[in-house]
Design a protein around this ligand. Sequence first.
Ligand code: CUA
Length: 174
Amino acid sequence: MSIQAPEAGWFRPPSGGERTWMGLALVWCLVMSAMMPFWHFKGQQNSTGESYTVEPVKFIERVERFVASNKVGEDKGIPIVEPAPGGDAYLLGRMWSWYPILKLKQGQTYRLHISSSDLQHGFSLQPVNMNFQVLPGYDHVLTLTPTMKGDYQVICNEFCGIGHHLMTGRIIVE
Ligand code: CUA
């Protein structure tokens, strides 16, 4: 079987309703494209885009130093860590937990470093629904100012294996 060339003169330019719908689709594509840079500057839940390469082993060392010097408690064996207001905070995603539990103060700005020690995870802060990719080898820094007190859940929204659904964490804002 071979591919047959269509008959000559097969093309008819779109007209009428087809033309209208194609026009609307094109306009909507342009609007959506414009919204991406718009929200980058205007949105309040965007990544700063600040990230650095880091070896997973080095990142784990930083997390452990952060935990050792700022630990204020423990919940089911997971340390609760309170970073200095305005300081750096660390969060490690790994199969299948978020480590440690962070305790932040409302109205203070933190530099939250997030990375993974194994494979790709998805940081999803609930119920506010802020979502960021978490990749091994990259220290993604989020400048974060909690505006509401509460006990927030962190879930993983990137399928990462058999324990994916168990990968939850906490951020407490006081
Ligand atoms: Cu980590 Cu899904």
